[in-house]
Design a protein around this ligand. Structure first.
Ligand code: HEC
Length: 162
């Protein structure tokens, strides 16, 4: 009886011990994953903005050339970047203002759907003003976006594929 008691004390002790071993092992794994996460690459807000800048320019040349498929592609690239900004740049307080761009994006999509060049040009002006409104609202008013006068690249065709 006495030895049975000893055995059960030993078993409880062994169980606790192995449990704590196990959880400290898990903690090591959690710490190592956390460390990997902290060191994994994630683009900054400025990098997303530089991408948006190129899509904004390509969008203009697609639209004024009535290349609606390319224009649709470019506005969706801008939309995706806005989604990524909300996902990856949560550490930047400016991101709270990003929603102001959504109605301007919708205006462009509407013009693309209607294949209406005049509406596209008007709504592109609205989009560009919105970029600048947000830059002013977030103390980046020195970053002024304008309607481009030359295509951003020379190795891409903006006219529709016949
Ligand atoms: C949150 C509101 C917001 C909106 C909407 C916005 N921006 Fe920005 N933009 C910023 C902020 C904040 C920065 C500064 C980022 C940094 O710290 O690098 C910035 C920076 C930039 C830069 C400078 C990047 C560089 O490194 O040179 C460009 C170009 C830019 N934005 C283009 C645009 C364009 C084009 C649009 C509209 C299609 C737009 N932005 C809409 C907030 C915004």
């Amino acid at each position: 009886m006495k030895s049975l008691g000893l055995i059960s004390v030993f078993l409880v002790f062994a169980a606790c011990n192995s449990h704590s071993d196990n959880s400290s092992g898990l903690q090591v794994q959690v710490d190592s994953l956390q460390n990997k996460l902290n060191n994994s690459y994630k683009p900054g807000l400025g990098e997303f903005m530089s991408g948006i800048q190129v899509h904004h320019a390509k969008l203009w040349f697609a639209g004024i050339n009535s290349n609606w498929k390319l224009a649709d592609f470019e506005i969706n690239e801008i939309k995706e970047s806005v989604d990524d900004i909300q996902k990856f740049n949560t550490d930047r307080p400016e991101v709270k203002s990003i929603g102001m761009i959504n109605p301007a994006i919708e205006g462009i999509s509407e013009a693309i759907k209607k294949r209406d060049t005049q509406l596209f040009k008007r709504n592109f002006g609205v989009l560009t003003n919105t970029c600048n409104n947000c830059h002013r609202a977030t103390d980046h008013g020195f970053n002024v976006i304008v309607i481009p006068t030359t295509p951003p690249v020379s190795n891409q065709q903006f006219k529709p594929v016949p």
